[in-house]
Design a protein around this ligand. Structure first.
Ligand code: ATP
Length: 363
């Protein structure tokens, strides 16, 4: 029953003359897949869901479901169900009647509606909760009911708008496992909005990064981590190492020295970004660059260290490295840095659009 969703050139301008809330978004959500829209506050994530659900009208662009243009189709006839950050249950109704509400509205007899509701409550691991009043549930249970209610509508697309962000870490983890299980059993088509990279990583097949209303990059999370196309994407995923320099002859020249690049990169200014997990501290003989530890932060069993590398004739560079459990280093220590060639990625300097990525330009 899962549908195939296609957004094409989707644009929403709220105030003429002001920057669009969403600009020219083209995104495919294949049947049975889960695509996450990831972005900072105000980047246009909810706008995408509202336009898809028909709660708002695009200024330009189209939403197609299984090839059908949904322009002018009211939300309740789009074959979609939405789960919001707040569950929005009817507090005076039982859990079962909350889940069966849509079935009752469309004329299903009470008994049948309740049987179906129980079935979906079982799927979200709330079997036995049916007769309880909705107001007696915990936050996590309420959100499970909201999910059961959405699934009971048998939507062709499930729209999730930050559904777990109000839950504490443990409950959120449980909901992630539940959603992964539901995906295996029911294979729904899911469009998920989140500002949390770990959530996008845990739940989605691919992640579309939005910044200031524009799609920055869309791909599997691993690709976004390893090969961000812009500083915005790198920063959103927690990247902090940004070394400005110049690309020439397939090498990046900066305070770190002259480093070979793994990809074909156009000549000109470019910022080297590297994931801290890829950087290791090594002896001077094996090092790609040498520097001094200026900061150590604990990350559970691991430590995240910042190493400052003095540039010859350029300003110093700061490189983050995540140490494995057991490896310790103190502020002030002189260390060598190993940055594997495959971990080196060059993005355009701030101010240039992602589309102008040095990697995408031919030399
Ligand atoms: N009805 C509206 N009228 C005017 N501007 C709006 C309206 N709705 C949203 N915006 C603006 O559009 C931009 C995108 O908003 P949107 O809610 O889609 O962002 P978001 O990424 O979902 O943010 P958050 O994570 O904070 O919910 C924001 O600058 C917001 O202020």
């Amino acid at each position: 029953m899962s549908g195939s969703l296609q957004l094409t050139g989707l644009t929403r301008v709220h105030t003429p003359g002001a920057p669009p809330a969403l600009e020219d978004l083209t995104l495919a959500v294949p049947a049975g897949s889960c695509v996450a829209i990831l972005g900072p506050s105000g980047s246009g994530k909810s706008t995408v869901l509202r336009l898809t659900a028909g709660l708002d009208t695009p200024t330009r662009g189209a939403v197609h479901l299984d090839g059908r243009d949904l322009a002018g189709v009211v939300p309740e006839r789009r074959g979609m169900a939405m789960v919001f950050q707040r569950p929005l249950l009817f507090p005076h109704l039982s859990v079962r009647d909350n889940v069966g509400f849509a079935d009752r509205v469309r004329g299903l007899p009470r008994r049948q509606a309740r049987e179906r509701a129980e079935e979906y409550l079982g799927l979200v691991q709330l079997g036995g909760f049916g007769s309880r009043p909705a107001r007696s549930l915990s936050g996590g249970q309420e959100q499970r009911v909201a999910l059961a209610r959405a699934l009971a509508a048998e939507p062709r697309v499930l729209l999730l708008d930050e559904p777990f962000s109000a839950l504490d870490t443990g409950l959120r983890q449980e909901m992630h496992e539940l959603l992964a299980d539901l995906r295996l059993r029911l294979a729904p088509t899911v469009l998920l909005v989140t500002h949390n990279p770990a959530e996008a990583d845990a739940l989605a097949d691919t992640v579309a990064v939005l910044d200031a209303g524009r799609l920055q990059q869309h791909g599997p999370m691993r690709e976004l981590y390893a090969r961000p196309r812009s500083l915005a994407v790198s920063r959103l995923l927690g990247g902090r190492t940004e070394v400005p320099g110049t690309v020439a002859g397939g090498r990046h020249r900066s305070a770190l020295g002259d480093l070979e690049l793994p990809d074909l990169v156009a000549e000109g200014p470019g910022v080297l970004v590297v994931r801290p997990e890829a950087v290791t501290l090594v002896s001077a003989a094996d090092a790609d660059a040498r520097g001094t530890v200026v900061q150590v932060r604990r990350r559970g069993l691991r430590a995240l260290v910042t190493v400052e590398v003095a540039g010859r004739g350029s300003s110093p560079a700061a490189v983050d490295a995540e140490l494995p459990p057991g490896q310790e280093v103190a502020v002030g220590a002189a260390v060598g840095l190993r940055i594997p060639v495959t971990a080196r990625c060059v993005v355009p300097p701030a101010g240039l659009p992602a589309g102008a990525s040095a990697r995408d330009r031919q030399p």
